[in-house]
Design a protein around this ligand. Structure first.
Ligand SMILES: [Zn+2]
Length: 75
């Protein structure tokens, strides 16, 4: 798999995912991703993307401003 932006090599890494919503920001730490070694662009698998969506849906109603969660601790 190659980076769509610069064709660089991707390697497994843990990234911090930030979702900016209308009324709050949700920061999800240690998300498994493939990260470009050249430009730093992060790619998430379908499984991880789905899970991120579910995490965001679940906590967006409970958050006032900023929420910081760890990927492995929210399911
Ligand atoms: Zn790249």
């Amino acid at each position: 798999m190659k980076c769509f932006m610069c064709k660089g090599d991707l390697e497994r890494a843990r990234k911090t995912y930030v979702a900016t919503l209308e009324n709050c920001v949700i920061v999800i730490k240690d998300v498994p991703a493939m990260v470009c070694t050249q430009c730093g662009e992060a790619y998430y698998s379908d499984e991880v993307s789905d899970r991120l969506e579910r995490i965001i849906d679940k906590i967006r109603g409970m958050v006032q401003e900023v929420a910081i969660v760890e990927y492995d601790k929210v399911a």
